[in-house]
Design a protein around this ligand. Structure first.
Ligand SMILES: Cc1cc2nc3c(=O)[nH]c(=O)nc-3n(C[C@H](O)[C@H](O)[C@H](O)COP(=O)(O)O)c2cc1C
Length: 193
């Protein structure tokens, strides 16, 4: 980002932009527990898309500015029909534009890291060529992995909680702690909590 007066380069805030999409967070167990654990970390900016944009009218400029300010973009969501919930897709469609995120002069996200955290209803066994979902989670997440690649971003190994709906409170608490540690590990040492 170039400073208008000096022409100097302002570095991105060395932190994580944690973007959550859950259309019914009040009924969520898994994503609520994960978000609660990670969002308080210093250096993490938390954004709840369904809270910010219940009518799906996304503030494109504000969202682009937030992306530019952070060097790690974390997308957290429950897997819905093998994909992101609708508002996260809308947010990607509207905000990650040609000329901003990709294409000629579209270098705003270049060099940043993309981290996906996802919960599934089905067990880990189902996400296998011999399981009933037939494909691995890595395969279902390929569109996001390729999005990162197209935008010149580094793809972080995703964080996945399988069988989220049947985990008891203790198991979810353990996953939340594991998630918090993973998000903290994405922060530069200078801002790590
Ligand atoms: C509309 C809808 C679609 C879903 N699609 C999938 C799916 O494709 N694969 C899967 O494993 N679970 C699927 N689920 C289950 C959710 O992923 C699961 O309930 C969620 O990850 C649990 O997290 P939460 O407690 O934060 O809601 C779906 C649930 C809903 C409501």
């Amino acid at each position: 980002m170039s400073d208008a007066n000096t022409g100097s380069v302002t570095p991105a805030t060395p932190g994580v932009l944690l973007v959550l999409a859950h259309p019914a967070l009040e009924r969520s167990r898994a994503n609520r527990a994960l978000a609660k654990a990670a969002k308080g970390l210093s250096g993490v900016t938390f954004k709840d898309l369904y809270e910010s944009y219940p009518d799906f009218v996304v503030d494109i400029e504000a969202e682009q500015a937030a992306l530019v300010k952070h060097d790690v973009i974390a997308l957290q969501f429950p897997l819905y029909w093998y994909s992101t919930p609708a508002l996260m897709k809308e947010w990607l469609d509207l905000v990650w534009l040609h000329g901003f995120a990709y294409g000629e002069d579209g270098e705003a996200l270049k060099g940043k890291r993309l981290f996906v955290a996802c919960t599934t209803g089905a067990s880990a066994k189902a996400y296998h060529m011999h399981g009933y979902n037939r494909f691995s989670m890595d395969e279902f997440l390929r569109p996001l992995e390729q999005t990162a690649h197209l935008c010149g971003m580094e793809w972080e190994t995703p964080f996945v909680v399988h069988g989220a709906s049947v985990k008891d409170d203790a198991a979810l608490k353990a996953e939340a702690e594991r998630y918090k540690a993973r998000v903290a590990s994405l922060l530069p040492k200078s801002v790590e909590a």
